[in-house]
Design a protein around this ligand. Structure first.
Ligand code: DP6
Length: 334
C-alpha cells in the first residue's frame, strides 16, 4: 500500500472541508530509550523493530494551522517566516500535500518549537505530531489518538510516539498497510526520573536520521543482529520500568544507543555523529558512575547527549554538568 492510500483509508469518513478557522495542537518531543533504526517499508515508515521512548513534558511543538487565501503555503517557526528550502519545512510541506482536499488548498503553519531543530532532539517527531494534531483540530475530524499516531508515523516514524506523556512503545506491527504500527502509552509513572539535555552542538545535523538509518540498513554487515538486540533491550527496559529498576533502565538505554552508533560506524561510508565534546562527556559520565552516581546517557542522530538519572542525585550531577537542561517528564504537562 502506498502512503496516499493509507492516509485515505484512515480519513475515509472525515470531512474534506475545515470545520474551524484554525486548529491548534501541542505534541511533546520524545527521546527513544530503545531506538528505531531501520525500516521495512520506507514509504510508510514501518520499522524493523519496536521502539520505546520517554516524552519530554513541556518541550515540544505547538502548531496552529489555518487556510491561506493566497495561493501559497507559509510556514512560521517561532514567529519568523521559515526558509522553505530547509529540510524541516520541506518535509512538513511535502507531508501536507497528502492532506489537501484540492490542489489550490494552501496553509498557514505557525509552529512554536522550544528545542533546537534538526540537532537530534526529536524536533521532527514533535513537529509532525503537532502538524497532524492541528490538521485534526482544523478539519474537526475527531480522530482517536491512535489514528493520529498512525498518520504522524507516515510523516516521520518517531512522531508516532509523540502523542502521549511518559513512556510510549511504538509497536512494530506486522501488517503490510501498517495499520498496526502505532504508538501505545505504557501508563506507568516514574516521578523521580529526570532527563538532562546536554547540548554540545545545537547546529543542524549534516546527515538526516532518515538517510543515516537507510544507509545503515543497506550497507552495515552487522545490521542483521540489530532486531534481536532490540528484542532483548525492549524486554529489559519494560521490565525495568515496571519494577522501577533505574540501573537496568539506564544501562539498557545506554547500551542500546551505543549499539546503534556502533552500527552506524560500520555503514559504508561510515556515519559518526559524535564529536570530541560528545566523547569527553561520555567519559565524564562513566567517571561519575565510578564515583558511585547512577548516571547514564542516550544519544540520537546528533552529537548531543541526553542524561538519565533520578531526582535525589540531581544536585550531585549538576556539579559535574552545570549547563544541564533538566526535564522532569512526569511533572510537567504541555
Ligand atoms: C535516532 O523518526 O527521524 O531518533 O522515520 O525517517 O523520519 P524517519 O526517522 P526519524 O528517526 C529517529 C531516529 C532516532 C531514534 C528514535 O527516535 O527512535
Amino acid at each position: 500500500m502506498n502512503k496516499k492510500l493509507a492516509i485515505a483509508h484512515i480519513l475515509q469518513s472525515c470531512s474534506k472541508e475545515p470545520k474551524h478557522e484554525i486548529g491548534t495542537f501541542f505534541a511533546p518531543s520524545n527521546i527513544a530509550l530503545c531506538k528505531y533504526w531501520g525500516k521495512r517499508d520506507t514509504e510508510l515508515n514501518l520499522p524493523n523493530t519496536a521502539s520505546l521512548s520517554i516524552s519530554l513534558g513541556d518541550l515540544g511543538a505547538r502548531t496552529t494551522l489555518s487556510l491561506n487565501s493566497k495561493p501559497v503555503d507559509v510556514v512560521f517557526v517561532n514567529g519568523k517566516e521559515f526558509d522553505k528550502n530547509t529540510a524541516f519545512v520541506k518535509n512538513l510541506l511535502n507531508f501536507l500535500d497528502y492532506f489537501r482536499s484540492y490542489p489550490e488548498m494552501y496553509f498557514i503553519v505557525k509552529t512554536e518549537v522550544n528545542i533546537p531543530i534538526g540537532a537530534g532532539l526529536a524536533s521532527s517527531a514533535c513537529g509532525f505530531a503537532a502538524l497532524v494534531g492541528a490538521l485534526d483540530a482544523l478539519f474537526g475530524w475527531d480522530l482517536s489518538t491512535s489514528q493520529l499516531s498512525l498518520l504522524a508515523r507516515m510523516g516521520s516514524g518517531s512522531a508516532s510516539r509523540s502523542f502521549w506523556h511518559g513512556f510510549v512503545e511504538w509497536e512494530m506491527g506486522i501488517r503490510e498497510d501498517g495499520m498496526d504500527s502505532v504508538g501505545v502509552p505504557l501508563n506507568i509513572r516514574w516521578p523521580e526520573l529526570r532527563i538532562g539535555l546536554l547540548i554540545l552542538n545545537a547546529q543542524q545535523k549534516i546527515l538526516s536520521s532518515r538517510e543515516a538509518m537507510q544507509r545503515t540498513v543497506l550497507t552495515s554487515p552487522f545490521y542483521s543482529v540489530w532486531p534481536n538486540t532490540q528484542d532483548v533491550h525492549l524486554l529489559r527496559l519494560k521490565n525495568a520500568i515496571e519494577t522501577r529498576n533505574f540501573l537496568e533502565l539506564g544501562e539498557t538505554s545506554e547500551i542500546n544507543a551505543l549499539a546503534m552508533h556502533a552500527l552506524m560506524l560500520t555503514a559504508c561510508p561510515p556515519i559518526l555523529y559524535s564529536n570530541p565534546a560528545t566523547l569527553e562527556a561520555m567519559h565524564k559520565i562513566w567517571q561519575c558512575r565510578q564515583q558511585g552516581l547512577s548516571l547514564f546517557f542516550t544519544q540520537d542522530a546528533g552529537p548531543n547527549l541526553k542524561l538519565l538519572f533520578l531526582h535525589p542525585e540531581q544536585d550531585a550531577i549538576v556539579k559535574f554538568f552545570p549547563d544541564l537542561n533538566i526535564i522532569a517528564p512526569f511533572m510537567s504537562r504541555g
